[in-house]
Design a protein around this ligand. Structure first.
Ligand code: C2E
Ligand code: MG
Ligand code: MG
Ligand code: MG
Length: 274
């Protein structure tokens, strides 16, 4: 009886694996086409100076308007794009779109673009990024690239690439900081400017020392290393108040604005700047 169940379990497991591979491949092919046919849309979530309440820039967040599946969020297709390699085309599309869209906003605002691990291991990353800046005419000072700690799979490729990009004036942010591993060991060696405090830590801010322990440690660490901090996923005024009191410079979250089309950001920042 147990043996039959085990056998059955194995069969089910293998079938699941094949389904996933087939589904991945189909989605990967669809994605290549999605880039060509304009099914990808880039939304922007404003980032706010916690002290002044003024806008600083916005993060580019991609959405896939799939003809059959409807609107697909990045968590449902970026990992697949990573596995199939479609991420190269998707990533370049988002970067170029973001570099164009930011130019409709006031000059002092930047755009922050997510880079996936695979892009960071790609030897054409530096010429690709510099090529987009040249084509769009965007000043490198208006571009921030967000990477995750786990994206530094091979330091020998990623670190020199980041150093080169940074030497051109592009800023580098570590996204979801504190959720990866060996973050502290990496941090002193990495060419970075910004630490983004993951929403999971922001969610724990409840006015207690316990709740703010990690956030406070990250902000102190950033101060010592001369980095700025951006908190993500701010949903309540009390969280913003606590982050400000702890010395966090910037934040983003539903409290301020949801991810929205570039034209809506133009209106949003216009109202705040007025
Ligand atoms: P992320 O870079 O950490 O982006 C923040 C995510 O939190 C976004 O989800 C955003 O919509 C969401 N968020 C914003 N404010 C709040 C809030 O107040 N509360 C909560 N609970 N969530 C909030 P989204 O747009 O679904 O993106 C998910 C992830 O997908 C991103 O996480 C990023 O890692 C990845 N991603 C998005 N766009 C791209 C892209 O163009 N390229 C790559 N490589 N990854 C992308
Ligand atoms: Mg991000
Ligand atoms: Mg993040
Ligand atoms: Mg996050």
């Amino acid at each position: 009886q147990a043996k039959r169940a085990a056998v059955h379990g194995v069969v089910l497991y293998q079938a699941g694996m094949m389904d996933r591979r087939a589904d991945d491949a189909a989605l990967g092919r669809d994605l290549e086409e999605a880039v060509e046919s304009g099914q990808l849309r880039v939304l922007y979530q404003p980032m706010i100076d916690l002290e002044s309440g003024q806008p600083l820039g916005a993060e580019a967040l991609v959405r896939w308007h799939h003809p059959v599946r409807g609107i697909v969020g990045p968590l449902d297709f970026i990992p697949v794009a990573e596995r199939t390699g479609a991420i190269t085309g998707v990533g370049l599309f988002v970067l170029e779109q973001a570099c164009r869209d930011v130019q409709a906003w006031p000059d002092h605002l930047y755009v922050s673009v997510n880079l996936s691990p695979r892009q960071l291991q790609d030897r054409t990353l530096v010429p690709d990024v510099l090529g987009v800046l040249r084509r769009t005419g965007l000043s490198p000072s208006r571009l921030v690239l967000e990477i995750t700690e786990s994206a530094i799979v091979d330091d020998r490729i990623a670190v020199p690439a980041l150093e080169t990009l940074r030497s051109k004036g592009i800023r580098i942010a570590i996204d979801d900081f504190g959720t990866g591993y060996s973050s502290l060991q990496y941090l002193s060696r990495l060419p970075v400017d910004v630490l983004k405090i993951d929403h999971s830590f922001v969610a724990e801010l409840d006015g207690t020392r316990q709740g703010s322990a990690i956030t406070e440690a990250v902000i102190r660490l950033a101060e010592i290393l001369g980095l700025t901090t951006v908190a993500e996923g701010i949903e309540r005024p009390a969280q913003a108040d606590e982050l400000r009191a702890l010395g966090c410079q910037a934040g983003q979250g539903f409290l301020y604005a949801k991810p929205q089309p570039a034209a809506d950001v133009t209106r949003f920042v216009g109202a705040l700047l007025r």
